[in-house]
Design a protein around this ligand. Structure first.
Ligand code: ADP
Ligand code: MG
Length: 326
């Protein structure tokens, strides 16, 4: 039986499958003691998930535990970092043992996959809210930032775009689909797989990187603005899944580049490294698409196969014929 916050911590978070050598002191004291190796930089990120804002109350506790960690691992991947340690701040309306058990299982299953140790946190009562802080390591001066893209670099994305956004449409009952398609797209929304290994492999090869959480258009724009450059993107090269295409959404590509929560990586690669990147990704079995090129001319140009350029409206839902720019 749970009588206090200490029971929750002991029962669900102290025993965990991961025990790293670089944790001098983990859960149980006022703070953790960590030993980053010489020559590595510490990479730190935090993300908060608020019930009703960032997730539907219908999400299973397992998926929520997974997702709370996954979105942070995705940020570390976008820095080219290897994840190592996490802390967890949990605000719970009540101590529901079944919920806690599911949440911890989802969280630790993913943590174990990448050898990430939970080293501390905070447990309080209140409206359901989960904050995870993730820490990782990257060789000194090798971290990937948003600001290294140069004209002529290829623009790449992992996986497929728009699936989680389509899952959200289905969840909000704004779209119907058969069981298999619904399962696949909702899975992308509620159980995103962060591109951890792919991200770690990019340092030293990519010139800029970002993870796609707000939609490709918005996130790629951060890379472009950081350097005052532009992008020429081939609409037909955008990776869209069979499940996504089966929905036959109006202006599907615009939806795919505007919808959020893909948790794929978008990165730019100088021509000299493109062959190596392709080899690494094929060895990794990670789907990779080259969707266009960085240009010295600012702005984003979405090109069809005839070379005509279209601009996106903010939400990408308008008929693109009205937005034709050339
Ligand atoms: P303090 O009052 O000194 O801040 P707490 O009583 O809040 O410490 O926590 C006791 C220990 O349990 C600390 O090591 C803290 O990091 C850890 N802890 C608390 N909540 C969690 C949690 N949800 N997950 C992991 N560790 C936690
Ligand atoms: Mg204390």
């Amino acid at each position: 039986m749970i009588r206090s916050e200490f029971d929750i911590i002991r029962q669900y978070f102290t025993q965990q499958p991961i025990s790293r050598d670089d944790v001098a002191l983990g859960i149980g004291d006022d703070a953790a003691l960590l030993s980053p190796p010489a020559g590595q930089e510490l990479v730190v990120t935090v993300d908060t998930l608020v019930a009703g804002v960032h997730f539907s109350p219908a999400i299973s506790p397992q998926n929520l535990g997974h997702k709370a960690l996954a979105v942070n691992l995705s940020d570390l991947a976008a820095m080219g970092a290897e994840p190592t340690w996490v802390t967890l701040a949990l605000t719970l309306p009540q101590a529901d043992e079944k919920w806690l058990d599911g949440f911890a299982r989802g969280f630790f299953h993913l943590a174990q996959l990448y050898d990430v140790q939970l080293v501390g946190g905070d447990t309080t009562r209140g409206p359901l809210c989960i904050s995870v802080q993730a820490m990782g390591l990257v060789p000194e001066k090798h971290a990937l930032t948003r600001s290294g893209a140069q004209a002529g670099d290829g623009i790449y994305v992992t996986g497929s775009l728009g699936d989680a956004g389509a899952g959200l449409l289905i969840q909000k009952a704004k779209q119907v689909a058969n069981e298999a398609v619904t399962g696949a797209l909702l899975g992308r929304l509620e159980h995103p797989e962060p591109r951890v290994t792919a991200g770690y492999m990019l340092h030293g090869l990519a010139s800029a990187a970002i993870d796609i959480s707000d939609g490709l258009a918005a996130d790629l724009n951060h890379i472009l603005e950081a350097r005052g450059v532009g992008a020429d993107i081939r609409i037909s090269a955008l990776p869209l899944s069979a499940e996504f295409l089966s929905l036959q959404l109006e202006n599907a590509w615009q939806f795919a580049v505007s919808a959020g929560e893909d948790y794929e990586l978008c990165f730019t690669v100088p021509p000299a490294h493109e062959a190596e990147i392709r080899e690494h990704f094929s060895a990794l079995g990670c789907p990779l698409a080259c969707i266009g090129e960085i240009s010295s001319k600012p702005g984003m140009r979405w090109l069809n196969d005839e070379g005509r350029a279209f601009s996106l409206t903010k939400y990408g839902y308008d008929h693109f014929a009205q937005n034709e720019v050339s």
